[in-house]
Design a protein around this ligand. Structure first.
Ligand SMILES: Nc1ncnc2c1ncn2[C@@H]1O[C@H](COP(=O)(O)OP(=O)(O)O)[C@@H](O)[C@H]1O
Ligand SMILES: [Mg+2]
Length: 409
């Protein structure tokens, strides 16, 4: 067909027409081909009129775009795109300090990023305790920054860095890979504030340099309250033409597209990969090399979001003023104590740790709390194990008056 057209063209003496279609984008594009500065570059896009086309990098501009969603069906390249964004931003961490946190609800694809000094933690989606701790850290940071930025005033992190001269203030990027699983874990969990915190952070984060990158199979997976604060979509291959319609992307562009091919702002793009290879092994070698290089340049490690230990030796417990320390706080992992005075009640079901708690309390009262004894006298403490067992016995009245007396103090 093409040949007969060419022959006809030649016979008629016509000039070779220019190609109205785009130069094919590479199937695996090396992130090394994209610029380091100017905001994390994640893809190459074709831009301009046919004939004057140029390939220009797509840069995510967090100050103006705030939060970003990566949408695509399974295997379309979502996790890879998230990694690319984080690696790309990390490449520039010396000029543009950055802390990254990942919540992995999609099978461990973010794990290889853990080696980067910019990464403060890749948390498994089901680890509710650490996820909650991360959210508290972010809310506290956002609150602190909001006060400092508005005092200047500064309306973005870049503004703040410029006006205050504090150029080391880090940008914070949080990725959630697998929003469907994240929602089913947290959206309707009673008494859990994680989801509400996410919604709040996504609405105030852009102005204080805290940004969220979410991935989902389709746009409907992201609840409208969050969607309202997503300023940028990266659309990979989707499962149904309906899904394209909702996002305003012509279905034919991506229908048979290879993994990593996406549409951003109406332009067809190819998402880059660190190491220029689709192989996970080669990507993690490249990620490790980047991690080593960043460490050598002296990039400080991002604050870690730790796990609460299941066992803490008493000897490792610090002090909490003059209080008798009984453990560490879930919120900040700092020692927490109780004032050893008046009546202290330890309750809990069978084998929940009541006796152990009392033992710890007695020991740390002797260790930390001795100054709270009665003036001039020795501290005194009476421990009643299983106070309820005295009910109905001849000792009940004595125990009851003892408790009453302690409560009065
Ligand atoms: N940008 C890309 N360039 C080249 N190949 C890619 C790209 N993104 C993904 N792939 C290929 O597709 C596979 C699936 O990608 P992945 O990111 O795990 O998809 P998803 O997270 O959407 O399920 C990868 O293992 C890789 O082989
Ligand atoms: Mg994935």
């Amino acid at each position: 067909m093409l040949n007969s057209i060419q022959t006809a063209g030649a016979t008629l003496g016509l000039a070779t027409p220019r190609k109205p279609w785009l130069v094919p984008l590479e199937r695996v594009l090396d992130l090394a081909q994209l610029p380091v500065a100017g905001g994390p570059a994640i893809a190459l896009e074709m831009q301009g009129e046919p004939g004057q086309q140029r390939q220009s990098p797509f840069l995510f501009d967090p100050d103006s775009q705030g939060n970003l969603a990566v949408l695509g069906t399974s295997g379309s390249g979502k996790s890879t795109a998230l990694r690319t964004l984080l690696l790309s931003a990390s490449r520039d961490a010396e000029q543009n300090p950055l802390h990254i946190y990942g919540i992995d609800c999609a099978g461990g694809a973010l794990g290889m990023l853990g080696a980067l000094p910019t990464v403060g933690g890749i948390i498994a989606g089901e680890d509710g305790e650490r996820v909650a701790r991360l959210m508290r850290h972010l809310v506290a940071t956002a609150t602190d920054r909001a006060v400092r930025y508005s005092a200047l005033p500064a309306s973005t992190l870049s503004d703040y860095r410029q006006v205050s001269g504090n150029v080391s203030e880090p940008r914070i990027i949080v990725v959630i890979d697998g929003m469907a699983n994240f929602r089913s874990s947290y959206e309707f969990r009673s008494g859990d504030t994680t989801f509400a915190a996410l919604a709040q952070l996504m609405s105030v984060g852009r102005q204080v340099g805290i940004h969220f990158i979410l991935s989902a199979d389709r746009s409907g997976v992201i609840p409208s309250a969050l969607n309202a604060n997503i300023q940028q979509n990266v659309v990979l291959r989707l499962a149904s033409s309906n899904d394209y319609g909702i996002l305003g992307v012509p279905a034919d562009i991506l229908e048979d597209a290879p993994a990593g091919r996406a549409v951003i702002d109406g332009n067809e793009v190819q998402i880059a990969v660190l190491g220029g290879s689709a192989s996970l092994g080669e990507q993690s070698v490249a990620a490790q090399q980047l991690a080593d290089r960043l460490r050598q340049t002296g990039i400080a490690a991002a604050p870690a979001i730790e796990r609460l230990a299941e066992r803490i030796p008493l000897s490792q417990l610090g002090a909490d003023g003059g209080r008798a320390v009984i453990g560490v706080a879930d919120a900040d992992l700092l020692p927490v104590g109780i004032a050893p005075e008046g009546l202290v009640v330890v309750t809990g079901p069978f084998r929940s740790g009541k006796t152990t708690t009392i033992k710890t309390f007695v020991r740390t009262t002797l260790r930390d709390g001795s100054q709270t004894g009665p003036a001039g006298g020795e501290p005194s403490m009476i421990v009643v194990e299983s106070a309820g067992d005295f009910e109905g016995s001849s000792a009940e009245a004595v125990v009851a008056s003892l408790i009453k007396a302690a409560r009065k103090d």
